[in-house]
Design a protein. Structure first.
Length: 207
């Protein structure tokens, strides 16, 4: 377990350090490292076996590597990078397939179907339930402006994030219990800021 994880961490760290654009303010090397740490924490507290833990940590390392080649649709590139690297290191194909499925789940159009996938989804969006949310929220806004030419007014950005909060759920019992209280605080703050920007008009729940 440690051998392939060590090889992967070195490979991905070098790849992102050398090839990731410097204007990736949110999807940075630090983000990947945080997702790996989050996956370890959630996995250890969700009953993952040692084999399952290896799979989820490998998926966490590779999940954003595709950003080195493209922005939109980066998940598909991440899959190919993971598959190529792991195959070259003689990693079992049936395990590679599970890792590929876990990486796919970081695309929010898909719904997790097992514990490994639940863990990586929660690890990727862990920040929603932390006091770091508003810092990350601004980094993502800046990145989208540059990479996707998506420019939002303050009200549009607030409404977009409030809408996302209402659609989002934590899938593991551990993440839900630990992160939901701060997530609710963050949501309340978003709604308060929106209310102020709207001239103190009541903010309706966006669903």
């Amino acid at each position: 377990m440690d051998n392939i994880l060590n090889k992967t961490s070195k490979y991905v760290t070098n790849l992102l350090s050398e090839k990731l654009s410097k204007d990736m303010y949110y999807h940075s090397l630090a983000h990947t490292q945080e997702v790996v740490a989050n996956a370890k924490e959630i996995g250890e507290n969700s009953g993952l076996s040692s084999e399952e833990m290896e799979l989820v940590l490998l998926a966490a390392w590779f999940h954003d590597t595709g950003f080195t080649n493209s922005y939109e649709g980066h998940e598909n590139t991440s899959l190919r990078i993971a598959e190529n690297f792991l195959s070259k290191n003689n990693y079992p194909s049936e395990k590679i397939n599970k890792i590929i499925n876990a990486i796919k789940i970081t695309n929010l159009t898909f719904k997790p179907e097992n514990l490994i996938e639940n863990v990586i989804r929660d690890a990727d969006l862990y920040y929603l339930g932390t006091t770091e949310f508003f810092n990350q929220y601004e980094l993502l806004r800046k990145e989208w402006c540059i990479k996707l030419n998506k420019i939002y007014t303050e009200i549009e950005w607030l409404e977009l994030n409030i809408d996302f909060f209402f659609s989002h759920v934590f899938y593991t019992e551990y993440a839900n219990k630990k992160l939901s209280p701060q997530k609710e605080i963050n949501l309340a703050k978003l709604k308060k800021i929106l209310s102020i920007n709207n001239g103190h008009k009541p903010v309706k729940d966006i669903k």
